[in-house]
Design a protein around this ligand. Structure first.
Ligand SMILES: [Zn+2]
Length: 122
């Protein structure tokens, strides 16, 4: 993830977290086993603090992991020169139960990495 964020800088990077959700729990614990970098549809157009994963890419990944015991457990994206805090739009598009990792990056490298989750009851 950090490498992807650096490569994409000053643009945003984004990707998918693949793994498993703990079966037994309400704690909603997840285990991330793989990350998959996604083409960011808005990359390069302007500096922004939101992202959009290509639905086609998402579909391809879903097909790929079907049957191998992995599932999409969340998403990550970078905030170039911005704090690792979800923008209103980020928050709006969060799916409850999924993990959202935001990397804050500047020209000096990754500054902060935070994970957010929207409450299931929200
Ligand atoms: Zn964002």
């Amino acid at each position: 993830m950090e490498v992807a964020a650096k490569v994409a800088y000053p643009g945003e990077c984004c990707g998918i977290l693949l793994g498993k959700t703990a079966e037994s729990s309400d704690s909603g614990e997840i285990e991330v086993l793989e990350t998959r970098e996604a083409p960011n549809l808005i990359q390069g157009t302007r500096k922004s603090t939101h992202f959009k994963v290509d639905p086609l890419f998402l579909y391809q990944v879903e097909c790929e992991i079907e049957g191998v015991g992995l599932e999409i457990v969340g998403f990550y994206h970078s905030h170039p020169d911005c704090a690792a805090i979800p923008s209103n739009e980020d928050f709006e598009y969060m799916v409850p139960g999924l993990a959202y990792v935001i990397l804050s990056i500047t020209k000096d490298g990754v500054k902060d990495i935070r994970t957010y989750k929207k409450d299931m009851n929200y």
